[in-house]
Design a binder for this molecule. Structure first.
Ligand SMILES: Cc1cc2nc3c(=O)[nH]c(=O)nc-3n(C[C@H](O)[C@H](O)[C@H](O)COP(=O)(O)OP(=O)(O)OC[C@H]3O[C@@H](n4cnc5c(N)ncnc54)[C@H](O)[C@@H]3O)c2cc1C
Length: 577
């Protein structure tokens, strides 16, 4: 076993992790970033459209309008103290990113270029769409991630890549670091830190059809759950309407923005039934539900679970100039020229609104409410502060990662000065090493791939865009069967070095626990709000459900608790489109 000691340990090298690393290192700390992939392969690199900040470069804007849109977008489940702070700090953070060298696209006056995105309006929702999304062509994630990475290297942040963190080391005095498996060399490592930050991204890979990278298995959330700590609002998973079937790769809203139609088996523009005024440009949750409704009614193409996104009526030149990446992707993966044939699409799991409950300093909350876990922090998509509530607005996520990643880094830098290293809990370390050895010595009776596939298929089918009591109960039963099957997965005879099956087995354990948490939260919430839609309870119910869900495991049993939503300014109102 190999030990490493750094003042600050950051798990995750996406926009959240690297923003924190940069701030903490800038303040003079010795910072280590541990990532299961090479940093530049973190999912942040895939972000396309832009990052939100009310800069007002193109037309007048205000952080308060952004605040209102974020509250309404969240279907009134976000905490308004955090949302207000986010919208204010987004402006300063956009300039910070500009100053460290993010290559934003520029307008004629040399300022950062901004564009329209769904849900962002002017004048407290009463005015027209507003250009609030700062862009770097259609590669905002890459632009931000690469810049942050370069800055971290300059400040000598130490990177440990291809290390799978499996557990957080937790004792009464707080977190003393993490345990990780060196994927390449097949060894156990201990990372001891005064303070630890989880920035491990979302869990939309629990679903078979997903826009997320295969690495987005929600490990950080899984580790928190395994440690007996709560997760917040896990029933809220965002489904993007148009993923390329059957893979689920993201086909941007821009395609419909340019005039694309959605068609069913009968060649009918079915959105006219579901959203007569906004048609294909209705909000994401509405369009996703419409597509799913068509598929369930047997009107998917040739009875299969997809519909068509048709742009054959658009000019070839427009497709090539305005949608070049999409055209390339569709050509490359589906072998379809979108000028000649419609694109097969289906809703796809996209984003995790819930996560590890934190306060505005990114301290993890032990009871999900006020009490903090000393020395443990979280930021980015794995955390829930809560900005997005029941539904995230496009482009608010990368900005949340930058705003709260930076806040975490600065706050940790302050605390690190005042505390010493905790002794390591040797018992826990031994136990964890034992678990890995058991896996490596067990003769397999069940196939790893089959369990993972069954889980993902079940999550998409039973806990997807449309849910009800019976589908959720079916999924719960399936998860219990798969948990039993999991005990029979073995890796006997396999080498320790570069054993990707071992990585998958370790991820799968968290995936099973997380899925059960999501299903139990969804089963309990008897209303429809934002991305959580119950066929059997189709309306929002503020009287009973204007509250955050907390889920945790105690004595091997799942327990639920609730806490109020923070409302400082905007009272809940009906969302109309
Ligand atoms: C296709 C796509 C397009 C998007 N477009 C936009 C957009 O235009 N605008 C926008 O605002 N948002 C967009 N989003 C959402 C946004 O990109 C993400 O929410 C955000 O980038 C998440 O960043 P993060 O830092 O929290 O985590 P990630 O970037 O997901 O990084 C997670 C990190 O954690 C590490 N990690 C995870 N588990 C472990 C473990 N067990 N051990 C060690 N390391 C671990 C990974 O290696 C990785 O480095 C998009 C998302 C997708 C999928």
């Amino acid at each position: 076993m190999i030990k490493h000691k750094h003042q600050i340990i950051i798990v995750g090298a996406g926009i959240a992790g690297l923003s924190a690393a940069l701030e903490a290192a800038q303040a003079g700390n010795d910072v280590a970033v541990v990532s299961k992939v090479t940093p530049l392969h973190s999912h942040s690199v895939a972000a396309q459209g832009g990052t939100a900040a009310a800069l007002g470069n193109m037309e007048p804007d205000s952080w308060e309008w952004h605040f209102y849109d974020t509250v309404k977008g969240s279907d009134f489940l976000g905490d308004q103290d955090a949302q207000a702070l986010f919208c204010k700090e987004a402006i300063e953070t956009a300039y910070f990113l500009e100053h460290i060298g993010v290559p934003f696209s520029r307008g004629e006056n040399g300022r950062i270029l901004q564009r329209h995105f769904g849900g962002h309006y002017s004048e407290f929702g009463k005015g027209p769409y507003i250009k609030r999304s700062c862009l770097a062509a259609d590669r905002i994630g890459q632009a931000i991630l690469y810049t942050l990475w370069g800055q971290c290297l300059r400040l000598q942040v130490k990177f440990y890549k291809e290390f799978l963190v499996t557990h957080i080391l937790l004792q009464d005095e707080g977190c003393s670091g993490v345990i990780a498996w060196d994927i390449v060399r097949g060894e156990m490592h201990i990372f001891q830190g005064k303070l630890t930050l989880l920035a491990t991204g979302g869990c939309a890979r629990l679903f078979k059809i997903s826009t997320n990278s295969s690495i987005n298995t929600g490990d950080g959330m899984g580790m928190v759950l395994a440690a007996g700590l709560p997760l917040e609002d896990m029933e809220f998973i965002q489904f993007h309407p148009t993923g390329l079937y059957p893979w689920g790769f993201l086909i941007s809203e821009g395609v419909r923005g340019e005039g694309g139609y959605l068609l069913n088996q009968d060649g009918e523009r079915f959105m006219k039934i579901y959203a007569p005024a906004k048609l294909e440009l209705a909000p994401r949750d509405v369009v996703s539900r419409a597509i799913q409704g068509e598929i369930r009614a047997g009107r998917g193409i040739r009875g299969k679970p997809y519909v068509y996104l048709d742009i054959t009526h658009l000019e070839d030149q427009l497709i090539r100039e305005k949608l070049p990446q999409i055209r390339q992707m569709v050509l490359k993966f589906a072998g379809i020229d979108p000028k000649k044939q419609p694109i097969p699409v289906a809703p796809t799991a996209h984003y995790t609104m819930g996560g590890i409950p934190i306060n505005i300093n990114c301290e993890v909350l032990a009871d999900g409410k006020k009490t903090i876990v000393p020395r443990l922090f979280a930021a980015g998509e794995c955390a829930c502060v809560s900005i997005h509530g029941a539904n995230r607005l496009g482009t608010n996520s990368t900005m949340e990662c930058a705003v709260f990643g930076r806040r975490a880094g600065k706050y940790m830098a302050k605390i690190a000065k005042k505390v010493n290293f905790l002794p390591l809990p040797q018992g826990q370390i031994k136990e964890r090493l034992g678990e890995i050895n058991t896996l490596l010595n067990r003769t397999p009776k069940t196939s790893l791939a089959e369990v993972r596939e069954a889980l993902e298929e079940g999550m998409t089918k039973n806990c997807g865009i449309l849910r009800d009591e019976s589908s959720l109960k079916n999924q719960l039963e399936l998860i219990h069967q798969l948990k039993t099957a999991y005990q029979e997965i073995g890796l006997k005879g396999m080498p320790k070095e570069y054993n990707l099956a071992l990585q998958e087995v370790l991820e799968l354990k968290h995936m099973l626990n997380l899925s059960e948490a999501i299903v139990r939260c969804a089963l309990a919430r008897k209303e429809s709000r934002g991305a959580h839609y119950r066929n059997d309870f189709p309306h929002r119910d503020d009287k009973n459900w204007l509250k955050h869900t907390l889920v945790f495991i105690e004595d091997e049993k799942y327990k639920l608790d609730y806490k109020p939503v923070v409302i400082t300014r905007f009272e809940p109102e009906e969302r109309q489109f």
